[in-house]
Ligand binder design. Structure first.
Ligand code: IPM
Ligand code: MN
Length: 353
């Protein structure tokens, strides 16, 4: 009997449904070429459901999501919903509840893709950011006192646990070894100012590095890494960092790899259910126009296959994307691809080897 996987699909808001449609098309095609089955189950979560029912992520839905093999997410974010409600109520809650403690974000410039970096090409831009995904400022620790008065105090705390840091770093070291590119892991922090959190991170990094003699270790402050990512991106192989810094540097990473239209990520729980998403938002102004770039979502699908153990299928999706990029697309931005969203999905599906 052929293998089969149950995939929860959260199309979400804005252009989410359009990019998910193309992603599913490509995944179905590659599954049948590789003799495995994907059973997609749709989950209605996002701004529309919230506006209709007041629900973000009901417990019953969360229970169902715990039972699937992976989650494929379009985008969360709705112009009529106050910022933070959907992000915290759906996206962050899923990351936390499902213990997806790694946010894996490849920064890879594909051949045939323009980067804003002068004199840099696919040889120079190919690294992976391993972002902690369940701690730091994202925990929501802190509070506001005397709100709205002249004496108002706002405290926002970053939570860093030794267990949380250790497991993230171990994942990053293992990933660096498995990736087998430069076998170099760079820790990105702020040891010169955030002297509590980064003291813990640095001690953990130094201790764990002893278990990986084959990995070259390096450290860079987060501000400096923003500089190096632009000036010398070829220095990086794998970068490990905390939740907040990882959020920031991966937007920069997305830009140097060609933009949000191509940047994909995985929220990984190595012992449970992982979730894959294009890292750009819901891009509401392009909704329904058939102009949004589905490649980030398609590549998120490839990451999903890789994590499920279908490496051959994952590689063939990536290869098809490369073919489409170099032979068909005129650009990566919405409306500038020279093709519609749907045509780009068709082209990738047709080019699967
Ligand atoms: C991301 C996003 C989220 C984050 C937001 C939407 C909560 O920016 O996935 O990078 O900050 O993690
Ligand atoms: Mn972000």
């Amino acid at each position: 009997m052929s293998k089969s996987y149950t995939i929860a699909v959260i199309k979400g808001d804005g252009t989410g449904p359009e990019v998910i449609r193309e992603g599913r098309k490509v995944l179905q095609a590659v599954a049948s070429l590789n003799q495995f089955k994907l059973d997609f189950i749709d989950f209605d979560l996002g701004g529309d459901r919230f506006l209709r029912t007041g629900e973000t992520l009901p417990d019953s839905v969360l229970s169902e999501l715990r039972t699937v093999d992976a989650i494929y997410l379009g985008a969360i974010g709705h112009p009529d919903v106050q910022p933070g409600v959907l992000e915290k109520g759906i996206l962050l809650r899923l990351r936390f509840e499902l213990d997806q403690y790694v946010n894996l974000r490849p920064v890879k410039l594909y051949p045939g893709t323009a980067t804003p970096l002068k004199d840099k090409g696919p040889e120079e831009i190919d690294f992976v950011v391993v972002r902690e995904n369940t701690e730091g400022f994202y925990v929501g620790a802190g509070g506001i006192l005397k709100k709205g008065t002249a004496d108002e105090i706002a405290v926002q705390e970053s939570i860093n646990t030794r267990k949380g840091v250790d497991r993230l770093l171990r994942y990053a070291f293992d990933y660096t070894v498995a990736r087998d590119k430069g076998r170099k892991l760079t820790l990105c922090g702020k040891t010169n100012v955030l002297t509590y959190a980064w003291d813990l991170w640095m001690r953990a990094f130094e201790e764990i590095s002893g278990e990986y003699p084959g990995v070259t270790v390096d450290y860079a402050h987060v501000d400096a890494i923003c500089m190096w990512m632009v000036k010398n991106p070829e220095w990086f192989d794998v970068i490990a960092t905390d939740n907040m810094f990882g959020d920031i540097i991966t937007d920069l990473g997305a830009m140097i790899q060609g933009g949000m239209g191509i940047a994909a990520g995985g929220n990984i729980c190595p012992h449970g259910v992982s979730m894959f998403e294009p890292i750009g938002g819901s891009a509401p102004k392009y909704t329904g126009k058939n102009v949004i770039n589905p490649l980030a979502c398609i590549l998120a699908g490839s990451l999903m296959l890789e994590t499920l153990g279908e490496s051959r299928a994952a590689a063939s999706v990536e290869a098809a994307v490369v073919t489409v990029l170099s032979e068909h697309l005129t650009g990566l931005e919405a409306g500038k691809m020279g093709h519609t969203t749907q045509e780009v999905g068709d082209l990738v599906a047709e080019n699967l080897g």
